[in-house]
Design a protein around this ligand. Structure first.
Ligand code: 5RP
Length: 249
């Protein structure tokens, strides 16, 4: 698919013009998979970027270049993709550490703080990503922001019976919560854990460390999508001179 995209883009005289965001995601997803070493326990993130990582891990295993890895999925989606591409899986009950986790993000600030949860998987992602000895984030350049909350609302996973009091508590904090609704499914999005998601807009997130704690202290909140002080490396897919490239910080 990747080669085809490049071919058709080049044929049209615009190497990445067909879908630059997709090409950036492919390039950065593959770059992260290339960092995984044989024998590693790997946290498998969720989303369209890490889907390429999982695909490439499977290709490296199949070619014999990579051996003896096991993945810890962060969602039903990553579990299905790992099975599809032949990446063996394990659970947190069967291991005592994670060597490397690779995951996407919806926003990344200059301090490497994140907003995650665009796929409603941030609770399991946070468990796996925070356990990893090395946590690598893979994003296209459109995800970089000066300040968290500039473009994306903060996803908050809430147990269903508490949705009304949690909504009220978040409004008192100055947030504007909106219940995430399903696409091609009537009613709210239901997470892999059977809960609901409030997408919360804040005028400005000046202190992500405190906001993460404050949101999680509301009774009925399971987890929110602010990730702070946990990322080792950010890989950014960009387009330079018509070609997808990867830079890191
Ligand atoms: C899912 C996530 C994703 O990692 C995040 O939404 C980025 O997704 P994509 O790679 O599709 O842009 O946090 O809960």
């Amino acid at each position: 698919m990747f080669i085809l995209d490049k071919f058709y883009g080049a044929f049209l005289g615009m190497t990445v013009a067909a879908d630059p965001v997709k090409l950036m995601k492919q390039e950065v997803g593959k770059a992260a998979a290339a960092l995984v070493k044989s024998g590693s326990i790997v946290g498998l993130g969720t989303g369209s970027t890490t889907a390429y990582t999982i695909q490439f891990l499977g290709e490296r295993l199949q070619s014999g270049e990579l051996k003896d890895i096991v993945g810890v999925p962060t969602s039903f989606q990553s579990e299905v993709l790992a099975k599809q591409y032949g990446v063996p899986l394990t659970t947190l009950d069967a291991i005592d550490h994670i060597d490397i986790a690779i995951d996407g993000a919806d926003e990344v600030d200059p301090q490497k703080n994140l907003i995650k949860g665009g796929g409603a998987a941030h609770t399991r992602e946070k468990v796996v990503d925070y356990l990893a000895n090395q946590f690598i984030v893979v994003v296209d350049s459109g995800k970089l922001v000066d300040r968290l909350g500039s473009t994306f609302a903060v996803p908050v996973e809430v147990i269903p019976m508490a949705i009304t009091p949690v909504t009220d508590a978040i409004k008192k904090l100055g947030g504007k919560p909106e219940l995430r609704m399903g696409v091609k499914k009537a009613g709210p999005v239901i997470t892999d854990q059977g809960n609901m998601v409030l997408d919360v807009r804040f005028d400005s997130i000046d202190d992500p460390v405190n906001l993460e704690k404050t949101l999680n202290n509301i009774p009925g909140v399971l987890e929110n999508g602010i990730f702070v002080n946990c990322v080792n490396l950010v890989l950014v897919g960009e387009v330079k001179d018509g070609q997808p490239v990867v830079r890191q910080f």
